[in-house]
Design a protein around this ligand. Structure first.
Ligand code: GSH
Length: 242
């Protein structure tokens, strides 16, 4: 049997099927489709792109995915995307933190890093601070916006202190790949729903996001902004109605 390393070197045949959120489409799981608005899916795919791990994308209808009869089995009851099937072993894995750590061990040639050992920055920004801001109107809104900006300030301060292009230093680490889709969701969703703009004074955060967006992995994994806008309008409505 060929090792993973030699497969990577000679062929782009998929080693994994990764099940991610699809944009609205017919069918619960589709081989063809468009990426939907899931930052955890984006982060996992970017990790695979950056590590040059060939994979096949499967698009899942998140709204109706509980109807997939085998979903609970393959996700140990979590029933969340992303999840993936390792084609060589037939084993299934789920949860983006686990997936990127697993792939890091399995493919050590191109190191990115793992969520538990890379810089612990931005944990409160998304979803906590963002959802609170998105779902608070009236008198409380100013305080929630201040909290959101305070969380962004922590990113700005970290980048300033470390004087590097990325949270990982001169190259991306798992923190960069986890945070950038979340920050993109805040900027796109926050603007669409609440007219939020991250002030230009957050120079290092803006430059960092631009830098990640210019990497080849970004356009291959980032959904159309339209799906993020629709998704956050829907999320706010669901939270406000509940
Ligand atoms: N901790 C999970 C979170 C994944 C997650 O929240 N996925 C969302 C889509 S973006 C989902 O599957 N939501 C459906 C649900 O929770 O019922 C991870 O990092 O993979």
């Amino acid at each position: 049997m060929r090792s993973s390393r030699s497969v990577l070197a000679v062929a782009a045949e998929p080693l994994y099927e990764i099940y991610v959120k699809g944009a609205p489409a017919e069918g619960l799981v589709n081989e063809k489709g468009e990426l939907g608005d899931c930052p955890f899916s984006q982060r996992t795919m970017m990790h695979m792109q950056e590590k040059n791990i060939p994979y096949k994308t499967m698009f899942v209808d998140e709204m109706n995915m509980k109807e997939i009869p085998w979903l609970s089995d393959v996700t140990e009851g979590a029933c969340q995307i992303p999840f993936m099937k390792e084609l060589e072993t037939g084993k299934w894995y789920h949860d983006s933190d686990f997936l990127v750590s697993y792939l890091e061990d399995k493919f050590p040639e191109r190191k990115i890093g793992k969520p538990d050992t890379d810089p612990q920055v931005g944990k409160e920004l998304f979803p906590t601070a963002f959802i609170e801001y998105l779902t608070t109107d009236g008198e409380g809104q100013k305080g929630k916006e201040e909290r959101l900006l305070a969380e962004f300030q922590k990113l700005e301060d970290y980048l300033a202190q470390n004087q590097a292009d990325y949270f990982g230093g001169s190259d991306v680490c798992s923190t960069d790949l986890a945070l950038s889709p979340r920050v993109k969701h805040i900027l796109v969703g926050g603007k669409a729903v609440k007219g939020f703009e991250l002030p230009a004074s957050f120079k290092l955060v803006h430059a960092w996001l631009e830098r990640i967006q210019s990497r080849p992995s970004w356009p291959k994994c980032c959904p159309d902004e339209k799906w993020m806008e629709d998704g956050w309008h829907m999320k706010r409505k669901m939270e406000m109605d509940s």
